[in-house]
Design a protein around this ligand. Structure first.
Ligand code: OGA
Ligand code: MN
Length: 295
């Protein structure tokens, strides 16, 4: 993982020298923030998610999410029940996809693992696999705002997750491209079952809380509405290649206890597939928080 670029506290100018005296966990205004990359991501080290959140701590997290799109809360020890309760602080927690994970309990975080039926680590290749750049459930009319992953068991090597900031990517587009794609709408359908209904959303969506524009695309995007097939495909491919350039990407190296929460409205993400994939056990608890209709 990259070096800390800035150390700061909420509401204060950043300073690399700040010794951040400890005043106890879950107290406001003293959260130690470490920016993780110029693309996205901030780590907050003095929050204990196993304890009830005060309004101040919640505000700290929400502000950090809006400013940095992704928040890492390291060193958390959470039950699946407690993770669910924590996620519920930020909105309605969705149950796992009903058709794919039948019989899973609601009211707890669900388990995301790379273990196959025989209990050994494996790689799952499919059109819907997390290895493709995507945002979560864009085929829903109101796709989730947030996803939370808590690292329970991490691989010795590999198993990283990459996040691409599509608001930065949008800002960096040539004006001509911005004009060309303004008002375009993109159709999404679940890549795991394209017979299921999907949704149509703006290709450039406006963040309801920050007002920033961001590209909305990735896996599950089938086409841009009203464009000839070839032009639609090349536009989506061109924009995806642009949005996922290294300068817009933060790569997270997981440590046991990391709780990472990210904003699906302005980030794409993917599980990194490399020579280590499928060799080591990787177990996460996962929760998603319902969002609103994109505009
Ligand atoms: C997810 C996801 C990627 C990973 O949980 O939505 O895409 O690296 N995860 O596990
Ligand atoms: Mn995902």
């Amino acid at each position: 993982m990259g070096e800390a670029l800035v150390v700061g506290r909420i509401g204060e100018a950043s300073s690399a020298e700040d010794p951040s005296p400890s005043v106890g966990r879950n107290t406001h205004c003293h959260s130690a923030l470490r920016i993780l990359s110029p693309a996205a991501g901030v780590e907050i080290t003095d929050i204990d998610v196993s304890r009830p959140l005060t309004p101040e701590v919640k505000e700290t997290i929400v502000d950090a999410l809006l400013a940095h799109q992704l928040v890492v809360l390291p060193g958390q020890a959470l039950t699946r029940e407690r993770q669910f309760q924590f996620a519920a602080e930020f909105g309605k927690v969705e149950s796992p996809d009903a058709d794919r994970r039948v019989g899973k309990r609601h009211g707890v975080a669900h388990v995301l693992s790379n273990l196959g039926a025989d209990g050994n680590p494996t790689i799952r290749h499919s059109k819907a696999a997390n290895y493709h750049w995507h945002t979560d459930k864009p085929y829903n009319a109101a796709p989730p705002t947030l996803t939370l992953l808590h690292a329970v068991e991490v691989p010795e090597r590999g198993g990283d997750t990459e996040f691409a900031n599509t608001a930065l990517a949008y800002d960096a587009l040539p004006e001509q491209t911005k004009r060309r794609i303004a008002g375009q709408r993109v159709a999404f359908r679940p890549a795991f079952d394209d017979s299921r209904p999907g949704a149509v959303h703006p290709l450039v969506r406006t963040h309801p809380e920050t007002g920033r524009k961001a590209l909305y695309l990735g896996n599950h995007a089938t086409h841009i509405v009203g464009l000839p097939e070839a032009e639609s495909a090349s536009t989506l491919a061109e924009l995806l290649a642009h949005a996922t350039r290294p300068r817009f990407v933060y790569r997270h190296r997981w440590r046991v206890g990391d709780l990472v929460m990210w904003d699906n409205r302005c980030l794409l993400h993917r599980a990194v597939l490399d020579e280590h994939s499928g060799k080591y056990r990787r177990i996460m608890y996962r929760s998603i928080v319902r969002g609103t209709v994109p505009f």
